[in-house]
Design a protein around this ligand. Structure first.
Ligand code: NCD
Ligand code: ZN
Length: 344
């Protein structure tokens, strides 16, 4: 077995960097290993216009350490009032890479999301025409639907009809968590899916069995083991429709360890070590580069990165937490010591 692996520098196609005090502490964690990241727009208030995305990008760049080699790729938060012309202009001028659809109320800071999909038809048609990808948080919000079924029900009742109505639209099913989602991506055109680091590692037992573990609570919530297996199969298969989007989503511990704790796992610091471990265990280390560094770039139509990242087979103990002005943020604990680490 090899002890050293050099891959094209990876990209993170789904990342939360937050803003203000938190931003400066979390951005370097991603910039250390990743060349680019698609930055989610669910700030308070959300990033809904091209001008706001441009200002947010400036704040991210200002928060990065000197000498960094990291490019934030921006997204717009789709609302029922989004102006198609603003989206097209922001894309034409290179300010944004994609647009994010949150069903209203589906997750952290999604109150301004979409309730009536018919209202966003004009903007989606303009995006299809211009080749602007739509990133989708794929969960229904109907309180009568069981939380573990929300992705599968979304795909059947909202996502599939929406795709059929606008077949030219390029879509990414973000942080897919079910075999239903994997099967759907495999069976259709113009579609890809991001898979997170943590959903390759945990199933719902990790959250709920033997005590409740708030640091494993994220949205979409981790499902049963058969679904985790389906995600791992897809990620390690070499199929270019599946690529890494860590969904690293920092919340201060005081917001996670609360009677109503926030959803999100913070994986920016140790994603690459965990992924190397998981891919090695699946005897698919040679496919890590495709998943983390090549497939996403190909889908988004950007050049692969010119830099590299080297991983070495040495045990890696990640820091337990990082400090931020809002308090400590706990780093995702995979429940094992990765056999691999990023070379210094
Ligand atoms: C994300 C967050 O905290 O912004 N949380 C999460 O559990 N993934 C939002 C999201 O991507 O759903
Ligand atoms: Zn997310």
């Amino acid at each position: 077995m090899t002890d050293r692996l050099t891959i094209t520098r990876p990209d993170d196609w789904h990342l939360h960097l937050r803003d203000g005090a938190m931003l400066a502490n979390v951005a370097p964690e991603t910039a250390r290993h990743f060349a680019r990241a698609l930055v989610m727009p669910n700030l308070v208030p959300p990033v809904v216009t091209g001008a706001q995305a441009s200002a947010y990008r400036d704040r991210i760049l200002a928060a990065l350490p000197a000498g960094h080699d990291f490019t934030p790729l921006m997204t717009l938060y789709l609302t029922e009032a989004t102006d198609p012309a603003d989206v097209v202009a922001a894309h034409d001028t290179g300010i944004i890479t994609a647009v994010k659809l949150y069903p209203a109320g589906a997750t952290t800071n999604s109150a301004s999301g979409v309730r009536d999909m018919d209202r966003i038809r004009p903007v989606l048609e303009a995006m299809a025409q211009q080749g602007i990808p739509l990133c989708v948080h794929g969960e229904v919000t109907d309180p009568s639907v069981d939380i573990f079924d929300r992705e599968a029900v979304f795909i059947e009742t909202i996502f599939d009809p929406l795709r059929r109505a606008i077949p030219g639209l390029r879509v990414v099913l973000e942080h897919v968590t079910t075999s239903d989602g994997i099967d759907y991506v495999r069976a259709n055109d113009n579609i890809a899916a991001t898979i997170t680091t943590h959903h390759l590692v945990i199933n719902r037992n990790h959250i709920l069995a033997g005590g409740i573990r708030p640091h494993y609570y994220c949205l979409p919530v981790a499902k049963r083991e058969t679904h985790r297996q389906a995600l791992l199969d897809a990620a390690t298969s070499g199929d270019s429709r599946f690529f890494l989007g860590t969904d690293s989503a920092p919340h201060p511990d005081k917001a996670k360890l609360a009677p109503c704790g926030c959803a999100g796992c913070f994986t920016a610091s140790n994603s690459m070590a965990i992924l190397a471990h998981m891919f090695a265990q699946a005897d698919a280390l040679e496919r890590l580069e495709g998943f983390a560094s090549l497939h996403g770039a190909a889908f988004y139509g950007v050049e692969k990165n010119s830099g590299t990242l080297t991983l070495v087979r040495e045990p890696y103990e990640a820091p337990r937490q990082i400090d931020t002005p809002e308090g400590p943020v706990t780093v995702f604990d995979p429940g094992f010591t990765p056999d691999w680490r990023v070379a210094e």
